[in-house]
Write a new protein. Structure first.
Lengths: 688, 145
């Protein structure tokens, strides 16, 4: 099976080369058959990489301990579920997984647009095959997952060594979310390749019109959605597994995933400037390039050992390859830009400082500053060593100081931006659109202050969150009222109709609402409490409104002898009434002699009670329990779900045809009455 | 004044404020990396700064007391006594022979008082069955951390 896998990957490598060569020939000669054969080669890459991936899965499921990668990341007792997670637990497997996800994206694009955009697609195909070629080179020649363990036999020939059992999967990864978090994040990272390919293709081919920007926007949304979900799932994993009570530590790996998300978010906003007003074309193209480069750069950061991180892939020889690839991509982008920069001239100028355009400009500025801050903080040790010869690192206070105000300013723009008109906004409409939401926000702040909301940033965050949520709600309500006044439908079906007629706009609002919840969730961290105490059976601990009573603690073997566990049984009481039994535990995995913490969480909308079994006291041998009270954390995860749903909504096609027919038909029958209605509908449907 | 200039001024104010915050944040949290052999050669003023030191945990040196954990880190044969006083439980990967990164300050008595400890478990590779050493037939027996 290992030979089969290696062979499939070699063939995929050859197909990728063919796709590039034939693709370039196709662009030069415009011969339809050559173009088609290049496309078929691109499709074949996907099938071949899938076969490679399938053979690795097979090797894991059949416990083939002659394979270095299987020995290193699995063992017989490992549950089947986690044997899938083991696929991407190490360098080689995760790179193959990367290639595989990328090949699925490439397949979808080549297949979906096989009959469209004949001028653009050959360029896209060549660029995508180029990126695939890089990863397939790594899969085949630098970090192959299909390596066998060998030893020198007595006759001097190599012999394959088969181990009795593997060394097991890192216990930190033996958690359900670790099976879905990496695929999400990888789908995000690799997904940004598609917008990159379209942007570069349009620039190289001087593709006329704005069609490519619509395609780019859609694919960016898909990648962005996966990236958002991946980041939040990673945060949730850190929260539920690492047992330190938090979810974000500004670790280089986390930063690496955040940076392309920031530039991707900036692009999703500024792209509207190009669609509606023909502005910011240069900026947009470079945002797409930068996002892709940051994805590759993030992978480089986490795998090269340039900065120390708690994450798995520390030192390896793969760094120079990534660095080389980044330089090559940057060179191609710069060359394409210099050659064709006249293709990107702007059609319009900024008209007013209080306009939709300028809110997008500020949004982009601030997202970029955040990205630069995160990047420089992450690279601080490298930069400082180069400049001062002293390796200096900066910690969470640096990141928080810069990013908290940025986050709040963004939140403010989230509320303000969508309500500002294009070109110029009058004072009148400002009052009309902002009066109530702003008042609501301030009122919420005034109510919360006496209730103990004293932290400055948390208070501002609350005021802004209420403001944004109300402005989003008022947008829905106002549009729905217009529909209702015309069709007489009830308010709920009016909201549904409204949303479906302009999914992009209203899906965007849903995303904004999700982001508001995320912000509220984060602001809860200002009020975290924690307490650690040695708890003999029968003893009690008081934290916030909860009383924790230790009932017992025990040591016992886990299922399948994969691990042994020590766990405490703790009853949580609130106001004297029992609410839940909590079982915080510490597991010792037999295969690799490592320990893993299993946190027990009692989660409500208001707060999480988070209980960690911190080991036994060295003096008394009694269990030590560390309890945290983390307010509002649940809103963070809930917000994430809403962001994903909203993005899905925005990707749905508009249901506009029905409306167009009715709007044209009506004036003829009903005279001048519907006229103003139609005009105001235009405001809700025509603009995003 | 035209709008471009107005936007420019706004941008300068925003970027300026944030840069200032960045400088303050960096000053507050900057930490110097040093190796254990380097510590002996440092000037008195530099010894008072926050620093990060890494090394291997000497086997058998971990002693857990209430509210503190003592252990010895080693690098290139030079030892450093560390006393961890942080409230967070030590990471699960922190065991004998693991690679640890400690962050904190050097106390007057030469003990390193750590507020944070990160650890990676040492890459261990058990011998192949039958006592043979693992050969590198086709590549690196994939280090795990």
């Amino acid at each position: 099976m290992d030979l089969f896998g290696s062979f499939a990957l070699i063939l995929a490598f050859v197909c990728a080369i063919y796709a590039i060569v034939a693709g370039i020939a196709g662009i030069r000669t415009r011969h339809p058959l050559i173009v088609k054969s290049a496309r078929q080669a691109g499709l074949a890459v996907c099938i071949l990489v899938t076969l490679g991936m399938a053979s690795l899965v097979y090797l894991f499921l059949t416990d083939n301990f002659a394979m270095a990668y299987v020995v290193g990341h699995s063992n017989r007792a490992l549950p089947t579920f986690y044997k899938f997670a083991a696929l991407w637990a190490g360098q080689e497997g995760s790179l193959l997984f990367w290639s595989w996800v990328l090949s699925i994206y490439v397949f979808s694009v080549l297949f979906a647009y096989r009959k469209k955009h004949p001028e653009l697609m050959p360029y896209v195909g060549v660029i995508l095959a180029g990126v695939q070629l890089f990863f397939l080179t790594l899969n085949n020649f630098i970090a192959s997952p299909f390596q066998v363990l060998g030893t020198m036999g007595p006759d001097g020939a190599m012999q394959i060594v088969t181990h009795a059992d593997g060394r097991g999967l890192n216990p930190l990864l033996q958690y359900p979310e670790m099976v879905i978090h990496p695929p999400n994040l990888y789908s995000g990272y690799t997904g940004f390749t598609i917008p990159f390919a379209f942007a570069l293709a349009a620039l190289l081919g001087r593709y006329p019109g704005e069609k490519w920007i619509h395609i780019t926007r859609r694919w960016t949304m898909i990648a962005w959605c996966f990236q958002s979900a991946g980041i939040l799932l990673g945060a949730h994993w850190a929260y539920a597994v690492l047992g330190w009570g938090g979810y974000w530590a500004w670790d280089p790996v986390e930063n690496a995933s955040l940076m392309p998300w920031l530039t991707g978010t900036a692009f999703l906003h500024s792209v509207m400037m190009q669609e509606k007003r023909g502005m910011l074309k240069v900026w947009n193209v470079w945002l797409v390039f930068t996002t892709f480069l940051l994805c590759i750069f993030g992978t480089f950061l986490t795998r090269s050992g340039v900065v120390s991180s708690v994450h798995a892939f520390a030192q390896s020889q793969i760094g120079p390859w990534f660095l080389g690839f980044i330089i090559a991509v940057l060179a191609v982008c710069t060359w394409a830009f210099i050659r064709n920069r006249d293709y990107l001239h702007s059609d319009n100028q900024l008209d007013s400082l209080v306009s939709r355009e300028s809110s997008f400009l500020f949004n982009n500025l601030i997202l970029l500053v955040a990205c630069v801050a995160v990047l420089s903080g992450t690279l601080f040790p490298v930069l400082s060593e180069a400049v001062t010869n002293n390796k200096i690192s900066v910690g969470p206070p640096f990141f928080n100081k810069v990013n908290l105000p940025i986050g709040l300013f963004l939140l403010f723009l989230t509320g303000v931006g969508p309500l500002l008109a294009w070109r110029k906004t009058s004072l009148e409409s400002l009052k009309r659109n902002f009066g109530w939401p702003l008042l609501g926000g301030l009122a919420a702040g005034a109510l919360a202050f006496p209730l103990g909301f004293r932290d400055f940033y948390a208070l501002i965050c609350l005021v802004l969150s209420v403001f944004v949520a109300l402005s989003v709600a008022s947008e829905f309500l106002r549009g729905a009222m217009v529909i209702r006044s015309r069709g007489g439908a009830n308010i709920f079906s009016a909201v549904a109709q409204l949303t479906m007629r302009n999914t992009r706009r209203y899906g965007g609002y849903v995303v904004h609402f999700g982001i508001v919840l995320v912000f509220i969730g984060i602001s809860g961290a200002a009020f975290n409490k924690d307490q650690q105490m040695e708890m003999a059976p029968g003893s009690q601990m008081q934290i916030g409104p909860y009383t924790l009573v230790c009932q017992s603690f025990e040591s016992r073997p886990g299922p399948n002898n994969n691990y042994t566990t020590e766990r405490a049984t703790i009853e949580a009481l609130r106001g004297g009434k029992p609410v839940m039994m909590l079982y915080p535990e510490r597991r010792f995995y037999t295969a690799n002699e490592q320990a893993g913490t299993m946190v027990a969480i009692y989660s409500t909308l208001k707060e999480d009670l988070y209980v960690v079994y911190a080991g036994r006291s060295p003096d008394t041998q009694q269990p030590v329990i560390h309890a945290y009270l983390n307010p509002l954390v649940k809103l963070l995860w809930l917000g994430g779900v809403i962001v994903v749903l909203g993005t899905g909504l925005a990707l749905l096609p508009n249901r506009q045809a029905v409306l167009a027919i009715r709007a044209v038909a009506q004036p003829a029958t009903a005279g001048p009455v519907p006229q103003p209605v139609r005009a105001s509908m235009g405001r809700y449907e025509g603009q995003d | 004044m035209n709008n471009k200039a107005k936007f420019g001024i706004g941008a300068v104010i925003i970027v300026g404020t944030l840069s200032w915050l960045a400088v303050v944040g960096a000053r507050e949290s900057k930490t110097y990396y040093h190796t254990i052999p380097e510590l002996a050669a440092l000037k008195a003023a530099d010894l008072r700064l926050r620093m990060r030191v890494s090394g291997t945990v000497r086997p058998g040196s971990i002693a857990r007391y209430t509210g503190r954990v003592d252990f010895v880190l080693e690098e290139q044969g030079k030892p450093l006594a560390v006393s961890y006083t942080g409230t967070e439980p030590l990471p699960d990967t922190f065991v004998d022979n693991s690679q640890a990164l400690v962050e904190g300050k050097l106390a007057a008595n030469g003990t390193f008082v750590a507020e944070k400890v990160q650890a990676k478990c040492a890459s261990k590779y058990e011998p192949a069955p039958g006592g043979q050493a693992p050969g590198g037939a086709s590549g690196d027996p994939n280090k795990k951390s």
